[in-house]
Design a protein around this ligand. Structure first.
Ligand SMILES: [Zn+2]
Ligand SMILES: [Zn+2]
Length: 759
């Protein structure tokens, strides 16, 4: 019998062909296996029927740990057997199937780690030790098929030792495209901030020592540069904050080990699984009582973003020092993508870093670290990038169109929806300027090429002035693609619905800003969405509140607070008393009061984020937003040990949840009730109010599922209270599992509307 087998999924770069070789030989079959240009694998087996069945069983049951099989197509061939042995062929260039994809970058495996520490091993203490089970993939592959000459490893011809392992089907490094050793592979070296090389036999460990002593280093990793510093010394962190114009934004840190992470943070079993997974994401961990890191790492927050080492280089940084962790933050100039090239690094990071730890392997595609948070036992993506992208999200059915979604503006990603797979790009960032726009375009084109997709539709936001909207229009015109605009919050709910395979849902979407169908600012929305239509119904929303001074108010939430409070009380005395927290003090306060009196200078928003910001301001938790989400994040931290002391009943008028009364009540209780309890009460009111409104609407419409999406869905208190309210009503509560609840999931939602709803 002769059978041709096409396998799609993540089957290249994960040790799949040697595995096929082994099971073919074991079952006494002849034939071949080869990688295909679309990232799939083609197998031909010859032998008796029983052996072929046994081979197919092994294929499904014993596949390598990192392989993901999405589809197996078998075709029985006529004719005589032609092979006398089983062989691994060189890749074919043919492109028949589409929709397979290369794997994400994978953290160093245990076997490589053991070799790294073995003085007898030829790769002893080699910073770039990898094998078929680990190492960079997505960030090193320029094009398919995944062969060495198509990766940035082609600049490092293998020595005879590496070559021998590479060509031995029974070796762990058989066809490991990143195989290298100190003899033939990439080299690490240390330079000053101006690029002069520092002669040192052990550059990586010397870098660790410099960090430990208080220097700031720029360190080149798999997907880009990190800026690293001590977690206990204030001076380098202060310098870093000054240089990066990051006054308060938390820095992610890398702990030397899980035990070290437990010395300053609480780690639940679910968090432990995530921290030590192949993807090695940053996980937001609650600071423990023994938290002894500098307050400058994650100022005024109850949690801190921690990851574990994921390359040999990272492990070696800690070898000669006692530090439990180092700050390890993405090196990106304000509003620009993460730095990936050596010359670019020297140019843009030279005034931040004291030293550079470089290597001479090029990064093909940049990729930031991923960030997750755990609610109870549910992981929730804040950023889905390294370790996950570009592995597809598998859907229960096939889309009717092949769509590319370009996302919104902040924290953006793009998404290629092909049949039943959604390929979401790595984190792109805020698409506001030419650099990030170029990165978005490049990442999207790369994704389309890698997946061999024939796109016919482009989806984008409704906002007429977004860079992504303009880009979508251009692409539609250039390629003759269908052009679909999707309202921001609709995209959020559509993403939820497709993740959970439900046909209709009432979705609560809470975030900072989304352009509404009426052109106004939305952000505390209850929508009814169905797959039967590209339209949605806005069922209810938060009360409109004024932003005095427009965008300035999102930066200084005291302005929002003044606007809300003035609906109930005279705020003159209060605002003047707190005018020290406005950049222009009393003068500015008087101007605001004047505007209030005349009723001018404000735009209105239903944003949930802005209400939380305003609560943070009146409670003195945060007066200025220096990074996205800061006041609301600090308010959650303030509330984390609080209780619902005020127990306010949701005040619902028609389709609007009142926020003025709640706000006033909090204001009245300042000084009488603890800040923690007041902060918690505000969360409880909003979550309970929105959830009961959503439940009421869902019951009316006979809908069984209520979902929660938007950036605020990362908030543990809001999500927790909402879940209790919805489940108490006997309805199904949907939250995101595979894509971020925030704007990193919008491109997926847009693609879903374009590919499934829009007919
Ligand atoms: Zn390995
Ligand atoms: Zn070598």
């Amino acid at each position: 019998m002769r059978v041709k087998i096409n396998v799609t999924g993540i089957v290249q770069g994960v040790g799949f062909r040697p595995f096929i070789y082994r099971i073919a030989v074991k079952n006494g079959l002849t034939g071949y296996v080869r990688n295909k240009g679309d990232a799939g694998v083609e197998i031909l087996v010859e032998g008796n029927e029983q052996s072929i069945h046994s081979f197919l069983r092994d294929l499904k049951e014993k596949k390598p740990p990192l392989a993901q099989i999405h589809g197996i197509i078998t075709t029985t061939l006529a004719g005589k057997n032609q092979h006398t042995k089983f062989a691994i062929y060189k890749s074919s260039e043919e492109k028949e199937l589409s929709g397979s994809v290369i794997p994400p970058d994978i953290a160093i495996c245990d076997e490589c780690l053991k070799e790294l520490r073995d003085p007898k091993d030829p790769r002893y203490e080699y910073f770039f030790i990898t094998c078929t089970n680990c190492g960079p993939r997505f960030t090193t592959i320029e094009r398919l098929p995944y062969d060495r000459e198509n990766t940035t490893m082609r600049e490092f011809p293998m020595c005879s030792f590496c070559q021998k392992e590479y060509t031995d089907p029974l070796n762990r490094r058989f066809h490991a495209q990143t195989v290298a050793c100190p003899e033939c592979g990439p080299k690490a070296y240390l330079t000053t901030r101006t690029g002069e090389q520092i002669q040192h036999a052990d550059a990586v460990r010397e870098a660790g020592r410099l960090l430990s002593e208080g220097s700031i280093l720029a360190i080149k990793g798999y997907g880009g540069f990190h800026v690293a510093a001590s977690v206990t010394r204030d001076e380098p962190l202060q310098a870093l904050r000054r240089a990066k114009h990051r006054r308060a934004k938390p820095f992610a840190i890398m702990a030397r080990s899980l035990e070290a992470a437990k010395s300053f943070a609480e780690v639940t079993s679910k968090e432990e699984v995530l921290l030590t997974s192949y993807a090695r994401p940053i996980v937001l961990l609650n600071k423990s009582d023994a938290y002894g890191l500098s307050p400058l790492v994650a100022p005024d927050l109850h949690n801190v973003g921690v990851m574990l080492p994921y390359t040999a280089m990272h492990y070696m940084l800690f070898d000669r020092v006692d530090d439990a962790a180092f700050v390890m933050t993405s090196a990106n100039p304000p509003n620009q993508p993460i730095v990936k090239d050596n010359t670019e690094a020297l140019k843009t990071l030279g005034d931040i870093a004291d030293y550079f730890l470089f290597h001479n392997r090029k990064i093909a595609y940049r990729c930031d670290d991923s960030v997750l948070r755990v609610h109870g036992t549910r992981p929730s993506f804040i950023r889905r990038s390294r370790g996950y992208a570009p592995a597809p999200i598998m859907l229960k059915e096939k889309a009717k169109r092949c769509v590319v979604g370009l996302g919104g503006e902040l924290n953006n990603t793009s998404c290629v929806l092909l049949e039943n797979k959604a390929f979401i790009s790595q984190h792109i960032g805020d698409v506001e300027n030419v650099e990030t726009r170029a990165f978005l375009q490049e990442a999207t084109n790369h994704l389309i090429r890698l997946t061999n997709s024939r796109v016919d539709t482009v989806a984008c936001d409704l906002h007429p002035k977004f860079t992504t909207t303009a880009l979508a229009q251009e692409l539609a015109a250039e390629n003759d693609w269908q052009f679909v605009q999707v309202q921001h919050h609709h995209a959020h709910v559509a993403a939820l619905m497709m993740e959970h395979a439900v046909d209709e849902a009432v979705g609560v979407v809470c975030d900072g800003y989304g352009y509404g169908t009426d052109g106004s600012a939305w952000g505390g929305e209850i929508l009814f969405c169905t797959r039967e239509s590209a339209e949605f119904k806005r069922l209810a929303h938060l009360e409109k509140q004024p932003l005095l001074g427009g965008d300035v108010a999102t930066r200084y939430p005291l302005r929002i607070a003044a606007g809300i409070l003035s609906k109930k009380v005279n705020v003159d005395g209060w605002l003047l008393k707190h005018s020290g927290h406005l950049p222009y003090g009393e003068t500015e306060a008087k101007l605001i009061l004047n505007q209030l009196q005349k009723g001018v200078g404000a735009i209105e928003t239903t944003s949930c984020g802005r209400v939380l910001d305003a609560v943070a301001a009146i409670l003195g938790v945060c007066y200025e937003r220096t990074y996205e989400g800061e006041p609301a994040m600090k308010l959650e931290s303030a509330a984390i040990n609080g209780k619902d002391a005020l127990n306010m009943k949701p005040l619902i008028r028609g389709n609007v949840l009142d926020t003025t009364q709640m706000f006033h009540e909090i204001f009245e209780n300042i000084g009488k009730v603890s800040t923690a309890d007041l902060a918690y009460s505000a969360h409880a009111y909003l979550a309970e109010g929105l959830a009961s409104l959503a439940v009421e609407k869902a019951v009316e419409a006979g809908v069984e599922a209520v979902g929660f999406s938007g950036g605020a869905a990362c908030n543990q208190i809001l999500a927790g209270v909402m879940r209790r309210t919805v489940e108490a009503a006997g309805l199904k509560f949907l939250v995101h599992e595979a894509v971020p609840a925030g704007d990193g999931g919008v491109s997926f939602g847009q693609a879903v509307v374009g590919g499934f709803f829009w007919f």
